[in-house]
Unconditional design. Structure first.
Length: 364
């Protein structure tokens, strides 16, 4: 079997808004973008991956087309470890993070999709199997900056069966209102999105300590201030989570070695795909650090995260950005039911995208 074609496809999926308009970088957020990576083979098996993109989608798409594809077309897609090693070693001078690593991530997810399809197994069984048919989802609320909107969204998520809630807010009055709305039996996490210095973060952690949050996530800027995270973790009684902005295994190793986090959050579309994500899981197991992946995705990135987590020894909650769509290419498999994700049972990642919807939503 050989890889014959690699195609990046950017799609835009509009949100269904109910009057509560979320924000991103200070502007209204009306849609989400997904950079799919389609890998075709000479045996007719097609794999689907996802590369992190956001505002940098053009750079990542260019990396897929001009840097990754020429090095990989013609290779055997089953040689995943060797392809990964060759790409990382051959491209280290382009940087160990950013668009090139995001592109490698998308390719790797697609190669694992191909491998599982060829084996006739859902990916999690290829990775070791699981007795679990479902995994708990946590409602990862978008940012609203408004106390009432946040409280209303918590009530809605609770009515849909979610048993864990995460905010993307950093104002104390909103976090306290959310904590009251959750009460003692609905765990609350807070993603702060890197607004503060280390000393400011220590002050916030002490101010919020009485709320008994499940974790505080990425309070410090810059996010790669690992020693600052370690200082905060020592000073805080609330668990500290971080890692979504790390794009290579060695940086995760340094973070965990200095005790920078209580919860490690690798992002499969940034870290190098399934291959590198599994290394972070093994590292967490070896160091006693809980791994809960960052997965605010709506396609192969989310599905691959579910499969990797399903194959883990313990139950891991799956992040699900809390928003609705009129339609998505991946349909019901990316929508939790009663607060749980079904672990896909079809060969590969799950059902392939609906190409009619892909073409309707395609941007580039």
């Amino acid at each position: 079997m050989k890889i014959t074609r690699i195609e990046p496809i950017l799609i835009r999926t509009p949100l269904v808004l109910d009057g509560a308009v979320p924000q991103a970088s200070g502007a209204p957020k009306n849609d989400v973008h997904t950079l799919l990576v389609k890998v075709e083979t000479d045996e007719g098996i097609t794999g689907w991956g996802e590369a992190f993109s956001n505002a940098g989608w053009l750079a990542t798409r260019t990396a897929v087309e001009q840097i990754i594809a020429p090095r990989v077309i013609g290779k055997d897609p089953s040689q995943i470890s060797q392809i990964q090693a060759d790409l990382h070693r051959g491209l280290y001078n382009t940087g160990r993070s950013g668009a090139v690593v995001f592109a490698v991530s998308g390719l790797d997810i697609a190669l694992w999709d191909i491998a599982a399809k060829r084996a006739g197994l859902p990916l999690y069984k290829l990775l070791g199997g699981s007795a679990r048919a479902t995994l708990p989802a946590y409602a990862s609320l978008l940012r609203y900056g408004n106390e009432k909107m946040v409280v209303d969204k918590i009530a809605e998520a609770r009515s849909r069966g979610y048993r864990l809630i995460k905010l993307h807010e950093n104002k104390t009055d909103i976090v306290r209102a959310a904590s009251r709305a959750c009460g003692p039996n609905l765990p609350l996490m807070v993603d702060c999105s890197c607004p503060w210095t280390v000393d400011e973060s220590i002050g916030i952690a002490r101010e919020w300590a009485d709320m008994k949050l499940a974790w505080i996530e990425e309070p410090i800027y810059p996010p790669d201030d690992h020693s600052g995270l370690a200082r905060l973790r020592t000073a805080s009684t609330t668990p500290l989570a971080a890692g979504e902005n790390i794009s290579n295994f060695m940086e995760f190793k340094r973070l965990l070695e200095i005790g920078g986090v209580s919860i490690a959050q690798p992002s499969i579309t940034k870290i190098g795909g399934v291959t590198e994500m599994r290394k972070v899981f093994a590292l967490g197991e070896a160091t006693g650090i809980t791994v809960v992946p960052h997965s605010p995705y709506f396609g192969p990135g989310l599905l691959a995260s579910i499969h990797v987590c399903a194959a883990a020894a313990r139950e891991i909650p799956i992040e699900r950005y809390y928003c609705d769509f009129a339609e998505t290419p991946f349909g019901e498999q990316i929508i939790p039911k009663n607060g749980d994700f079904a672990v896909p049972q079809e060969p590969g990642l799950g059902k392939d995208p609906d190409m009619r919807i892909v073409e309707r939503q395609r941007v580039a």
